[in-house]
Ligand binder design. Sequence first.
Ligand code: NAP
Length: 481
Amino acid sequence: MNINSIFHAAQAAFLVFKNLSGKEKGRFLDTLAEILESSRAAIVPLAVRESNLLEGRINGELGRTTGQIRLFANLVKEGSWVEATIDPAMPDRSPLPRADIRRFLTPLGPVVVFGASNFPLAFSTAGGDTISALAAGCPVIYKAHPAHPETSRKVAECIHQTLAACGLPVALFTHVEGGIEEGQELVKHTMAKALAFTGSHAGGMALFHLANQREVPIPVFAEMGSVNPIFCFPQKLEKENDALAKAFVASLTLGAGQFCTNPGLIFVPEKQVQNFGKAIATELKDMAAAPMLHPGIAKAYYDSIQSLKARNELCWVKVADPKHLINGSPALAEIKAADWLKDRFFHQEVFGAFALLVIYRNQEELLEIAQQLQGQLTITVWAEEEELADQLSLVNLLEEKCGRLIFKGVPTGVEVGHAMQHGGPFPSTTASQSTSVGSHAIKRFTRPIAFQDMPQKLLPEALMDANPLGIWRTVNGILTK
Ligand code: NAP
């Protein structure tokens, strides 16, 4: 099938799917979760072989994938997510009467989704982007990631099996394989209404520019990575030195560091650096190298380490050993805050288990660091509560720089729920107003529309006076059923 016929079929399917009730969309998603679960024995070995990730991790990732599918199923079955807002007419209002205005979220149409290499299931074929788009009512044209083609085909098969079982058009989901050119053709197609992407900064920005050069630009939800800084405060380190070092190294090396929330930067006060650095070195000493997703990612990791090794400002605590090739061996270097502040080269993400420990001297330096930080998915603050009492300026600055501010634990491990925000200011993403994880992710694939003085019978059910769906709506500014 050529790209033009893919989009025409998707647009035809959209017109059917868009008007399906939330209950029916929810049934489709629940069935998909069941079919994926029942195909576990076929999917897991493929994903393990193609990603080098451990069986336990892939099994967990499949559970996370079906869990998020069920989250969206429940969301659309309940229905209030459309944010129905009604300002009824006020014909007697003076000096001018008010028209009847009703607003809700409507799906965009066919959208293009690029799968991620580091989550072969949860951020790929039936991952969060695909599922939130389908839940919103949008057909998905999915560009498979070349790192796990067989896994992707198998999951696509499950989606098509589900569509057939639910009597829905097959063109609601199209699996496209190919390279950069095919991906770009999808983004350029006039019928594409949005694009979602998780991957490198270079890839995300290339697609962002392409989408904006179209005659009709489209929204781009690109998640391009982050260094997820951790800010350590003295009293906290005094109290929990070894436990925090352990937690940090476990988070840094989890999945060979191939998480978008991997902590690649840690700011440590000068007085504590000796103790804390020593505890980290102890944890890292026997940490084995772990296989990376594919040779290209391993090469990119070692190339980045090589370019860092050429810099005199760094003092290496543990150096990654490139003889491991496909295996990413963890690495850590220290740098003074004054040097880190001078050169943006040290602010970049190294995708893998590498972190930079930055030694700060005082409060002024800490504020300067926060000013200079680029946009991040997460920022973590390790401090005793009393240490934060006079840190409002710092906390406010950090709030400007990230999508999720964490005060306990580590940045890895992203809960899939209603309150989650996984997305932050540029360059971590191209759309900081949105999230790619959690139920708010559905809104990326919708736009608001208002109906003015529309006859009751023509209105979508969500906006009818009788509220036949029984959803929560804002009427005259008050939330009500
Ligand atoms: P990637 O190179 O950005 O590729 C992701 C997807 O985008 C692939 O399908 C790729 O197509 C496509 N693509 C890349 N550049 C493109 C362009 N200019 N035009 C059109 N399509 C393009 O990411 P990756 O392969 O997963 O890993 C490479 C690096 O990405 C890693 O080393 C890491 O730095 C980063 N990464 C970041 C995250 C994150 O959490 N944000 C996740 C994974 C990887 P092809 O089919 O041709 O490959």
